[in-house]
Design a protein around this ligand. Structure first.
Ligand SMILES: Cc1cc2nc3c(=O)[nH]c(=O)nc-3n(C[C@H](O)[C@H](O)[C@H](O)COP(=O)(O)OP(=O)(O)OC[C@H]3O[C@@H](n4cnc5c(N)ncnc54)[C@H](O)[C@@H]3O)c2cc1C
Length: 442
């Protein structure tokens, strides 16, 4: 660990400090503040939401992917959907394949919705602040070393939630993790998403998914196009003539290496332009369409996964396992975006769910740290199922609640009575151990 030769100026202090404001971190901050802890949410960019506002527009994981889909995530995550409904900026698209019923929103509106929800809960927000290191004492994090336009600074806290997606606090504090791509399976590929306006939806919707896929195959075969993924998708959004895509594919990238990421960003945008050309030239309804935007940055699916007190695994997913320390649940399939031109799907049996155990959010060795979101403790395949934003938010609610309970009672998160945590989560609407919301998907 580097020694800081000058005393770092104190930038902020809170009982609970949440690093990273993606689906997991923003929800964690809301939960922590509502549970009565003075809470600070720290984010490197100038807005909240992480992948949910920078890259995507569809929450998966709320529903099971079955013909009789049921909603398996509630609580704070569903409140966020209700806030989007209040702006008329969300649609639900029914689907019994892939990751199941989709909740598609306007990502620009979501940026404001996250802020409103976090501030209404009573948490503070600190933007434009990048955490580069931690200070430690006797197995505990005492502060985050952060960089801003003012140079280095210090943020002190009692309990920390690592919702950085990349497990930056786990990495810097010396707690064990597994880097994606080092376990014999390549890290999931990266995707630059893009949105197109001016689409004639009536014409475009006559093209079925199979036809789009065969159109991409034919385009590649013709030699006139280079489309690295042939089963990418495009979907409608709450705005009438706007569609969003998940088409490009950049493989074999370490999403924590700035040199590799730089190349990936450039390649992702190059591919996105090729797909826009394909859509405009080959697909009915896109003749007058135009590129509205690329994702703010390339979408990163998988980097560091922590080695926590329990490691969720492939067998847990495919046997719909339940755990005594359940804090959330998941019915989403294993969805592995590997380097090839298709995606591997494997389903939880009988449209069921498996539980996410609290121990998967507890890093080893460091006492006052929790994780939430895509850096949880899971193997490659389990991660490929549990990373949907519905589950990241549900994990965020659990981690934020646990962090606040620990801070208020001066306990280590590892020593919290799980029944107290579960009781509080149930009271706040969280679902696990097979519980569902009565309403079926539309
Ligand atoms: C291309 C792509 C398509 C996907 N499709 C879907 C989909 O359709 N539906 C779905 O539900 N899921 C989808 N997923 C998965 C899902 O989006 C992610 O797993 C989820 O959003 C991760 O949320 P998170 O909160 O854990 O992390 P992130 O959303 O990555 O948030 C991490 C946050 O931490 C901040 N941060 C990171 N490091 C630091 C630091 N050191 N200092 C300060 N701030 C920091 C980041 O800026 C970011 O805001 C997709 C993922 C990708 C990449």
């Amino acid at each position: 660990m580097p020694v800081y030769t000058q005393e770092l100026p104190l930038l902020a202090e809170a009982q609970v400090v949440v690093l990273g404001s993606g689906s997991a971190g923003s929800t964690a901050a809301i939960a922590s503040a509502r549970t009565g802890a003075d809470t600070l949410l720290v984010e490197r960019y100038g807005f909240l939401g992480g992948t949910s506002t920078m890259v995507l527009d569809t929450f998966y994981g709320f529903y099971t992917p079955a013909d009789n889909a049921t909603r398996v995530v509630n609580g704070i995550p569903w409140e966020i959907v209700e806030r989007l409904y209040a702006y008329n900026m969300v649609i639900e698209r029914s689907s019994s394949y892939g990751a199941g019923q989709a909740v598609t929103y306007d990502p620009t509106t979501l940026k404001a919705v996250w802020e409103q929800a976090v501030l209404a809960a009573g948490a503070r927000i600190l933007l434009h602040t990048f955490c580069v290191d931690v200070l430690m004492e006797a197995g505990r994090i005492t502060g985050l070393v952060v960089a801003s336009k003012r140079g280095l600074g210090l943020i002190k806290g009692q309990v920390f939630v690592d919702a950085s997606g990349d497990a930056d606090l786990v990495f810097r504090s010396g707690s064990p993790f597994e880097a994606a791509g080092t376990d014999g399976q390549p890290a999931q590929s990266l995707t630059t998403t893009f949105r197109m306006g001016g689409v004639n939806h009536e014409r475009a919707k006559t093209i079925k998914r199979d036809e789009l896929v065969s159109g991409m195959k034919a385009a590649n075969l013709s030699g006139d196009y280079r489309l690295p993924r042939e089963e990418g998708s495009v979907h409608r959004t709450p705005i009438a003539d706007v569609v969003a895509t998940n088409m490009t594919r950049v493989a074999y990238v370490d999403g924590t290496d700035p040199l590799e990421l730089t190349k990936a960003e450039i390649e992702g945008r190059k591919q996105a332009l090729e797909y826009t050309r394909f859509l405009r030239e080959q697909i009915p309804g896109y003749e007058q369409s135009y590129l509205m935007n690329f994702s703010t940055q390339i979408g990163i699916r998988e980097t560091r996964r922590i080695w926590g007190e329990y490691r969720l695994n492939r067998d847990d997913v495919l046997s719909a396992r339940k755990f005594e320390d359940a804090i959330a649940q998941c019915g989403a399939p294993i969805e592995d975006h590997h380097a090839g031109n298709n995606t591997r799907w494997e389903y939880v049996p009988d449209g069921g769910t498996y539980d996410i155990p609290y121990r998967a959010l507890l890093p080893q060795k460091v006492d006052n740290l929790l994780v939430a979101g895509r850096c949880l403790s899971a193997d490659h395949d389990a991660h490929a199922s549990v990373r949907s934003m519905g589950q990241c938010m549900a994990m965020g609610q659990a981690a934020g609640t646990a962090a606040a309970l620990a801070a208020r009672t001066q306990t280590n998160p590892r020593e919290l009575a799980i029944t107290n945590l579960q009781e509080r989560l149930r009271a706040d609407g969280a679902l696990f151990s097979g519980a569902t919301v009565a309403t079926a998907a539309t």
